[in-house]
Write a protein that binds this ligand. Structure first.
Ligand SMILES: [Zn+2]
Length: 104
């Protein structure tokens, strides 16, 4: 281990030292990326969750009255998709680079 201070791969600010990997990011840049990834995750999660519920309800119409159950399943699928998509979008946005807002 070297004691060389590492810099954020996006904004160049020095890192606290708990960052690893080829493209380390400071906390501010990570937050900015998560903020950008979150709306995508919400949209895609909601679409897939709704599609799954309507798909299940179409295949099993006799169970349509258990709407609360379907909504629970839809919500669950939405949540899982949300987490996966946000993680994936994080990597995509990080690879693309994000603009740095410096307070002056
Ligand atoms: Zn940074």
């Amino acid at each position: 281990m070297t004691a060389t201070p590492r810099a954020c791969s996006n904004c160049g600010r020095p890192l606290a030292g708990d960052e690893h990997g080829p493209k380390p990011l400071c906390a501010a840049c990570k937050r900015a990326i998560v903020r950008r990834a979150t709306p995508w995750a919400h949209i895609i999660g909601a679409l897939i969750g709704l599609a799954a519920v309507f798909g299940i309800a179409t295949i099993f119409p006799q169970y349509i009255r258990f709407l609360v159950g379907w909504l629970t399943i839809g919500g669950l699928i939405y949540y899982v998709t949300f987490k996966v998509v946000r993680r994936a979008a994080f990597e995509v946005i990080r690879a693309r680079g994000i603009p740095v807002f410096r307070r002056s």
